[in-house]
Ligand binder design. Sequence first.
Ligand code: SF4
Ligand code: SF4
Length: 407
Amino acid sequence: MGWVTPEAPKPEELSACIQCGLCLPVCPTFRLTGDEVASPRGRLTAMSAVADGIAEVDDTFHEIMSFCLQCRACEPACPSLVPFGRAMEGARAEIAAQLPSAKTSLRQSLLGRRGLGSGGAVRGITRLAALGQLAEADRWLPGRLKKPIAGLRRLGLRSTSVIGQTHRPKGTPVATVGLLAGCVMDSWFPEVHKATIATLVAAGYAVSVPESQSCCGALAAHDGAVDEAKALAGTALQAFRDVDLVVSDAAGCGAHLKELGHWASGGRDFSSKVRDVTELVAESISVGRLPRLAERGVSVAIQDPCHLRHAQRIVAEPRDLLRAGGYTVLEIDPNGMCCGAAGLYSVLRPETSSELGDRKAAQVMATGARIVASANPGCEMQLRSSLGSGFRVAHPVELYAEAVGLV
Ligand code: SF4
Ligand code: SF4
């Protein structure tokens, strides 16, 4: 049958692969299995087979595609600039369109405007999770939910949402920034938003958190939920139409917002305004709008979220923030191998996710640091649950804001 949706992998995306294999050593699923079909090249070959009418979008195709973490480590390694993440989103859209059985009830309940896209649903889940933490109820959870839940920060029963807030700096603002509150970020990581707002205001930015915003749609896009991804992209365009810049303090959301041209007309212009918070803060430090401290002998291991390092190609900025906060930065992995969180992957493929999480935890432990910096909520949760007690995992902007006395 071939492809049936406009989102399908494009001929030029697939033909760009010259089969050189340079992506294989950086691919976590290939590293775990040694299996060609679990490599970027193997997955592109499977997509080409469907495009050429040799294979079908069937359960085998679904299994090959769903084993991919969508970490995009293969993209910077590729000399032919294959847009693998885009092609994989297209393949997932085809699976959703041609294989309705692939849509699990778990996915359907988590994705979109009635799931993580709905602030009310996330706030309800948060209150339940907070009560569960108080009652130490995690021991009754099913196995596949136990580890992700163990990665949560300590939640409060009262709302900590920053949605609707506006903040102004002293004097004329450098620019007006709209903060993406996100779905789980706003309810589960309020300290990160607080540090982001305080640091940006101290750097001279006016910060608003538009009330009409919703989930960015990244999880829906990664899972082939095309209608949800498009609807949420349209909401983002409307919500942030009046700001100079859009800032995200969650790497996965920022990466998706920087590629909104795939999902909404006008998305390309919107994407040109999107920045990760570490980009704005590092720039503000470099021009002297934010302070820089001397090294204080506090070690921080740094973890690179895939959607910061591979998708947005941001590597220096989080390190700049930490060094400006006086921290000693310890590297854990020069290749930035995925920690196994990968959106819903940790719930849908718990064994593979755990194995990658354990490898990442071992890399952190080898440094001797007890603090780990991570700029993405899923990675933070994965690190916390894989490391266990005795470690602090925090966003680089939180660590910087604390060091210079902004929070
Ligand atoms: S996105 Fe990650 S897991 Fe998927 S093929 Fe590329 S490197 Fe491998
Ligand atoms: S590195 Fe790029 S061109 Fe080479 S096999 Fe991998 S995807 Fe294809």
